[in-house]
Ligand binder design. Sequence first.
Ligand SMILES: Nc1ncnc2c1ncn2[C@@H]1O[C@H](COP(=O)(O)OP(=O)(O)OP(=O)(O)O)[C@@H](O)[C@H]1O
Ligand SMILES: [Mg+2]
Length: 142
Amino acid sequence: MATTMTEAPPVDWQPVITRVDAERARRAARQRAQGLGFGRDESEVAALIASELATNLVRYAQGGRIGLRAIAQSGRAGLEIASRDDGPGIADLRLALNDGYSTGGGWGHGLPAVRRLANEFDLVSTDRGTIIVVRLWAKASR
Ligand SMILES: Nc1ncnc2c1ncn2[C@@H]1O[C@H](COP(=O)(O)OP(=O)(O)OP(=O)(O)O)[C@@H](O)[C@H]1O
Ligand SMILES: [Mg+2]
């Protein structure tokens, strides 16, 4: 059947339960960014974001999934990094996005850093889980 709809490429979801999985998610994001033509620093940003989101999955949600997806807009390549879990949710979003707030004895810098580094940042959290979607756009090539 013919369709005129443009299909978004599928999200590549990887389960993240342990720290080893989180480390794998970090490498996958870096590799995916490099494959999309992101520069070295931009790829490290992608890796950092995936790592922070994945680490939070391990610590606060008893695991979840990290999704990577290539996106494009006006000819510019982008990488979407998503995190989803069925954990308890983030009790106080405003606090969680503030530097220095942690319920787990961390530094509380992860989520605020992710938000600052993201070109687009969306977060939905209820007592049934959390979804975070980050978009990074590659810098225009010289
Ligand atoms: N997926 C999640 N599910 C439930 N709560 C979360 C989740 N991610 C983050 N949180 C909550 O948000 C708080 C802030 O997260 P953030 O990543 O900024 O800090 P942290 O993980 O505590 O410390 P750091 O990332 O600096 O090591 C966490 O302490 C936790 O309470
Ligand atoms: Mg964290």
